[in-house]
Design a binder for this molecule. Structure first.
Ligand code: SAM
Length: 266
């Protein structure tokens, strides 16, 4: 208990600084007071609101992409785990809107899911005719689940694109050649994000190319905004579909996405 509180505080301070920590504590207290006031008025507490146990995406396609696994419980046995947020699959309706709005010339790009977990985003990416679809995942167990999901996934809209998940740490992952769409669903805190950005920078210096970076739940927008080799293109809030809301563990109805681009000179 004590260690997990220390870890949460260290994440907040690393991501937002001490001022950010105080702002977050204040926000949490306000939320608590509101929920107590709501309960007095007879409203159900957020945790008492009925939620779908299994996401309809999993039921529809016979895959296993559900659940919530916090960082320290990932079971990867690596140091990276301390700074990992945890596993939680993306809302499918949100993912599709975010990619549709980007509207790239898909066959030119390799989709790279940084922290692919059980592979929900990899499965959703098969809707688009990417050159290749690749995921890297800290937890070998989750990477294995992602690959077995890819094997059995038979959505009628799935394009015939090579797709695979690899177990490993994103900070050392050898990023594929050619133009990339690098996708992150807030996988880790600032110390690891800095290391990952170093890895990405080294990769585009070695092999100059165009890279789009899509960052969902962009907690570290400030950090990315200060990264010289990235140009910020947009930040948007997009709504989630009813079935995603019904299955959401955090009671979210919408999500934020920021898009960045790197263009190598020449
Ligand atoms: C919020 S989940 C996102 C899952 C998936 N990308 C999606 O959109 O459905 C973040 C994932 O990042 C992984 N992760 C955290 N740190 C990592 C690292 N250093 N290298 C690779 N994966 C990491 C976690 O294990 C977790 O599965």
């Amino acid at each position: 208990m004590g260690r997990s509180v220390v870890r949460i505080v260290r994440h907040w301070v690393a991501n937002r600084g001490w001022l950010g920590l105080f702002a977050e504590v204040f926000r949490q207290l306000k939320k608590k007071v509101r929920s107590l006031a709501g309960r007095r008025k007879g409203l159900p507490a957020p945790s008492a609101v009925k939620r779908l146990e299994v996401h309809p995406f999993d039921t529809r396609y016979g895959v296993d992409t559900g659940g919530l696994i916090w960082g320290p419980s990932l079971g990867s046995g690596t140091k990276g785990e301390y700074w990992a947020t945890g596993y939680y699959g993306i809302s499918p309706s949100f993912f599709q809107q975010a990619l549709d709005r980007l509207g790239l010339d898909w066959p030119k790009y390799t989709f790279v899911d940084v922290g692919c977990g059980k592979g929900r985003a990899l499965l959703l990416a098969t809707r688009y005719p990417f050159r290749r679809i690749v995921g890297v995942e800290l937890s070998p167990g989750l990477a294995q689940v992602a690959n077995s999901n890819l094997e059995r996934f038979q959505a009628e809209w799935r394009k015939d694109v090579p797709a695979a998940a690899f177990a490993g740490d994103a900070t050392h992952f050898d990023l594929p050649d050619g133009p990339l769409l690098v996708y992150l669903y807030h996988p880790f805190a600032a110390p690891i994000m800095r290391e990952f950005l170093k890895n990405l920078h080294a990769s585009v210096q070695r092999s100059p190319r165009e890279v789009y970076l899509m960052y969902i739940n962009p907690e570290l927008d400030k950090l990315l905004g200060k990264t010289p080799f990235l140009e910020k293109l947009s930040r948007e809030c997009l709504p989630m579909a009813e079935e995603d809301i019904a299955a959401d563990r955090f009671g979210s109805k919408e999500e934020y996405v920021s898009v960045y681009r790197h263009r190598s000179p020449g």
